[in-house]
Design a protein around this ligand. Structure first.
Ligand SMILES: [Zn+2]
Length: 123
């Protein structure tokens, strides 16, 4: 499989960025609903299991939002690398990243080898 054209790759990243931003928007909307609902719950004296469910959902939404924001940053970084012709090259070892990996993870910074061993202790 031939490596994708930079223009195509840019489009893939931009699409991914748009999708992620839309996701952030819907997560943010849902989060404010949950926050509002939990505020209502808190004003009730009765202990309600609903409150716990909302707290759990709130935690999940916050975590998902944090991940999505990191994703946008990664996509921006990938677009920046694309702009200076450094896209698709492993930032750790400098070898080209497998195009199939880039198809799955367009914002990948590292080749499979480094991603698997990166951050782990030396053997
Ligand atoms: Zn590498």
């Amino acid at each position: 499989m031939a490596p994708p054209e930079p223009a195509e790759q840019r489009q893939v990243l931009l699409d991914e960025r748009t999708r992620t931003l839309a996701l952030i928007e819907s997560l943010t909307a849902r989060l404010s609903e949950v926050v509002e609902a939990s505020a209502d719950e808190a004003s009730d004296d009765e202990h309600d299991p609903e409150g716990t469910t909302l707290a759990v959902e709130r935690g999940q939404l916050v975590a998902q939002l944090a991940r999505s924001r990191v994703r946008v940053e990664e996509i921006d970084a990938a677009l920046e690398r694309l702009g200076r012709g450094a896209y698709g090259v492993c930032q750790t070892c400098g070898t080209p990243i497998d195009p199939e990996r880039l198809e799955v993870l367009p914002a990948a910074r590292q080749c499979v080898r480094c991603a698997m061993h990166g951050g782990s202790t030396r053997w």
